[in-house]
Ligand binder design. Sequence first.
Ligand code: SAM
Length: 252
Amino acid sequence: AVMDIDIVSVFPEYFDVLNLSLFGKAQSKGLINVTAHNLRQWTHDVHQSVDDTPVGGGAGMVMKPEVWAECLDELLDIEHIDEQNPKPILIFPNPSAPLFTQQDATELSHAQHLVFGCGRYEGYDARIPQYYRAHGVEVREYSIGDYVLNGGEVAVSVMLEAITRLLPGFMGNPDSIVEESYTGGNALLEHNQYTKPASWRGIDVPPVLISGDHGKVDRFRRDEALEKTSRIRPDLIEQLDCRALDKADRKT
Ligand code: SAM
């Protein structure tokens, strides 16, 4: 089934770039159906305002709940959810939310309808996610990393790219997904990649890779992945399931 994706933003033109490259191909292949909406279309005042000053004081502006609610009531169509119209998942990027991971991308790649709300200014009124959660909508808030962006548009693009490349039929070669970093029960960083020529500007690829011995190649790559992960991301090693390690791993 085609995955419906609605994105709400005050800069919907930002998502024109989605028509490029693989993502555009996924649209034309009918795997996904993406619509970027302008939040201001749900305003009623001449200034089309979507923000107001923070209650309790402080700098900046906060996105108003009324405008978002008119928009989301329509896009989520919560009155008409049944077997034909499965529940959409509502996603808000937010720097003060749990980190978006490959695991989340995998889960979301099975959804039929995703609605993304891009925050701007100091963010959105916290009662918006609260309201839709209380009304039976699955709401997820995610940070894409420990830094602050100007708006949710880039974060949504990042999440969408991670999600849609997992859709069956998206990648030319589905195996390239299986072997990647952060994938599977033992999430290690991927081993280094090399292409031809075997010797380039005086640097040789590791000789085992041209030995033709698949067992040795697998072992070499696994050792490299373990070594890289312990050096660059020790936190991932701590999370590893011991059962995912084999006897030869313990030596390295
Ligand atoms: N006042 C907020 C804070 O300090 O946490 C920052 C708001 S930020 C300037 C505006 C919007 O950008 C957020 O509502 C969110 O949608 C998006 N955003 C910024 N950084 C993000 C990140 N690291 N991950 C996900 N979304 C982010």
